[in-house]
Design a binder for this molecule. Structure first.
Ligand SMILES: CC/C=C\C/C=C\C[C@@H](O)/C=C/C=C/C=C\[C@@H](O)CCCC(=O)O
Ligand SMILES: [Zn+2]
Length: 644
């Protein structure tokens, strides 16, 4: 009787398991997220790589500056993962597709382009050739829309040279689909090749190794190869009249000729940073590490496009003080580019790790005090951001739910700073850098060329440190990963570089505006750029200051004429908070030139929240939005409540 019962139980359990597996397979295969058709594995993509996946991308495109379009074709190698499927699903936004075919047989293939879902694009379903084989080569002839969200077409007047147009891309998070029909999810990695034809005088650069350039009678063809599999968001393209200068054994800096000297000087330490990163992380697999300094409208500080980091010219402080952004982009060569977040819900795996490594590079090249000082300063910025977003806002969690939320709307410094704080906490728990750094190399080696989620990292960490059961047993993973607001534990950072700054801030705050300002030129001469930034950051977070006090501070620091954008930005914010009318025009002049959202968005928000400048801010945005990249115009419209 007992054994009979036992058999029934085993039968029920295994049937239950079998049904669950079937159910899971069924759900993965047929479910779509509501009416949108977005993937259950990546809420920002229509693609279903778990059924049929793209394993290679090859593009042939012609650059037409007059029409602002790229036209040509993409050839995708597709592998069936589930042998029963008959189609492959891709992402696209406003691609004008003329034909889809089997590259080997030239047979036309049926396809269906779904209705456009704003910001996500259209699901492109392609019927695979009937022939049963492992790999299919699908050709797609198409051209991009002049408003492609991943491209910025600049008129000559928006460049330094003022003579030639310029084109650059920014594909992260989901804009590759506006240029290439592809599985636009970081869960899919593929090598790529590209042949780009452009007018003769232009240089074409991509996030790949350029292996050939052919002069044609009416232009030139540039050919690129990226052998390392990478996600679509790392494909990048720039076309401009460019100059270059070698800055290291594997590095050139590219930019317009007007700023080549400045760029070569500013980024002269790139090879030191690369070597330090390799000591920390392991071999650099991408061959070359070039930098492209873009025109000022580029929306981010830097973008880690493999082989060719894109950077904003706002890093050109003249004193190499902002080179930490280069350390950040170099660190991405491992964190993000080699080991990649499976979808953008796990973006902290890309960015938290990158900031953590960036600061370690700084620690080794400068000092552990400056490494901690950066973390401490940014903690203050994190606090400001979380207050703005709301302490209970689910988007302040490390792992976020992006169902129905576009990644461009979720972006903030939270995954960066809360992520690095978590890693610092883990490092302390396991016994410090001498324990954590070998683990990091093990982690990169274990997951190189893969896309992973947080569970994979957690498993790897727990398995690696299983000999430290007592040390790691109190880690509250749930709280760190899923609770909103500030990090649950703030590390005990070295604050020695903050002490003198805090003294000066107190002196300034306690000064009643009578007698001389108790901060002198001698005090100023003792401060590093980062200490000045820290002081201004703290003043930004305080209630508004009296304009006369700010004038006195300006007499010492000459903030009005400072070149460093990190200083200028915080100074402008303090001035706007004080309702200092003289500063309104300089602020508008600045935000009409630079496009880096880190600076432009808070300044627009400040202008909007001051009744006196609100209407002008809206009017100014409307007049300039056509000169902005899609992501900037899209997010600013929301900041200014114009999307309601
Ligand atoms: C929780 C966040 C969820 C999703 C965000 C995913 C992608 C964010 C997307 O909007 C693209 C980000 C691109 C970032 C590129 C560079 C940044 O590191 C720059 C940081 C700011 C700056 O320095 O200007
Ligand atoms: Zn980054």
């Amino acid at each position: 009787m007992l054994s009979y019962l036992h058999s029934i139980i085993i039968f029920l359990v295994s049937s239950f398991k079998f049904i669950s597996v079937l159910k899971e397979k069924f759900i993965l295969k047929f479910s779509s997220m509501g009416k949108t058709g977005l993937s259950p594995l990546d809420p920002s993509s229509f693609s279903r790589p778990e059924l049929a996946k793209v394993t290679n991308i090859s593009i042939n495109l012609n650059v037409n500056f007059d029409r602002k379009v790229l036209s040509g074709n993409a050839q995708l190698t597709v592998e069936k993962v589930d042998q029963s499927v008959e189609e492959v699903i891709l992402d696209s936004i406003k691609l004008n597709i003329s034909s889809i075919y089997d590259v080997d047989t030239k047979e036309k293939l049926k396809f269906d382009l779904s209705e456009l879902v704003p910001e996500y694009g259209s699901k492109l379903t392609i019927q695979l050739p009937k022939e049963d084989k492992n790999n299919y080569k699908i050709g797609i002839d198409y051209e991009t829309d002049p408003e492609a969200t991943g491209l910025q077409w600049l008129s000559p007047k928006a460049t330094a040279g003022k003579k030639h147009p310029y084109l650059f891309s920014q594909f992260q998070p989901t804009h590759a689909r506006s240029v290439i029909p592809c599985q636009d999810t970081p869960g899919v990695k593929a090598p790529y090749t590209a042949t780009i034809s452009a007018p003769q005088e232009f240089t074409v650069l991509m996030s790949a190794i350029r292996d050939d350039t052919k002069e044609l009678h009416n232009g030139k063809l540039s050919h690129f190869v990226q052998k390392v599999p990478m996600p679509s968001y790392l494909i990048a393209l720039a076309v401009g009249v460019l100059d270059s200068r070698q800055i290291g054994p594997r590095s050139h800096v590219w930019c317009e000729k007007e700023i080549i000297e400045e760029c070569a000087f500013e980024f002269a330490n790139t090879e030191h940073q690369l070597k330090t990163a390799e000591e920390l992380c392991g071999p650099y697999v991408w061959g070359i590490y070039d930098l492209l300094v873009l025109p000022p409208s580029f929306p981010y500080g830097g973008m880690e496009n493999p082989c060719l980091t894109f950077v904003t010219p706002t890093l050109l402080a003249g004193d190499r003080s902002l080179a930490n952004v280069i350390a950040h982009e170099i660190a991405h060569s491992w964190t993000g580019n080699l080991v990649t977040n499976r979808n953008f819900e796990h973006f902290w795996l890309n960015e938290g790790f990158t900031v953590f490594i960036e600061r370690k590079i700084k620690g080794r090249l400068e000092s552990s005090q400056s490494q901690d000082f950066d973390a401490f300063t940014e903690l203050s910025q994190l606090n400001e951001t979380i207050n703005l977003m709301g302490k209970n806002n689910p988007l302040t969690q490390l792992i976020v739910d992006l169902k129905g939320v576009h990644p461009d709307d979720a972006f903030s410094i939270v995954p960066y700073e809360k992520g690095q704080t978590f890693l610092r906490y883990l490092e302390t728990a396991v016994g410090g850098p001498s324990e954590m750094e070998p683990f990091l190399r093990y982690y990169f080696d274990t997951y190189k060329f893969q896309s992973i989620d947080t569970d994979k990292f957690k498993d790897c960490f727990l398995q690696y440190f299983n000999n430290k059961a007592i040390a790691i047993k109190d880690i509250d993973w749930q709280k760190w990963l899923y609770s909103p607001g500030m990090p649950p534990v703030i590390p005990d950072y070295d604050k020695s570089l903050a002490l003198f700054c805090d003294e000066l801030i107190d002196k300034f705050s306690n000064w009643n505006n009578e007698g001389p300002l108790p901060i002198t030129l001698e005090d100023k001469s003792q401060l590093s750029t980062f200490q000045v930034i820290y002081i201004l950051q703290k003043l930004c977070e305080k209630p508004s200051q009296q304009i006369t006090k700010l004038q006195a501070l300006n007499n010492i620091f000459d903030f009005d004429n400072v070149k460093n954008p990190e200083i200028k930005f915080r100074w402008f914010r303090i001035c706007l908070k004080a309702h200092w009318e003289d500063k309104i025009d300089p602020v508008f002049n600045w935000i009409n030139v630079i496009g880096r959202m880190k600076f432009v968005r808070p300044l627009y928000r400040d202008l909007y929240s001051w009744e006196h400048t609100k209407a002008r801010a809206i009017e100014n945005f409307k007049a300039n939005r056509q000169n902005m990249m899609h992501v900037s115009a899209y997010t600013l419209a929301k900041d200014l409540h114009l999307d309601e």
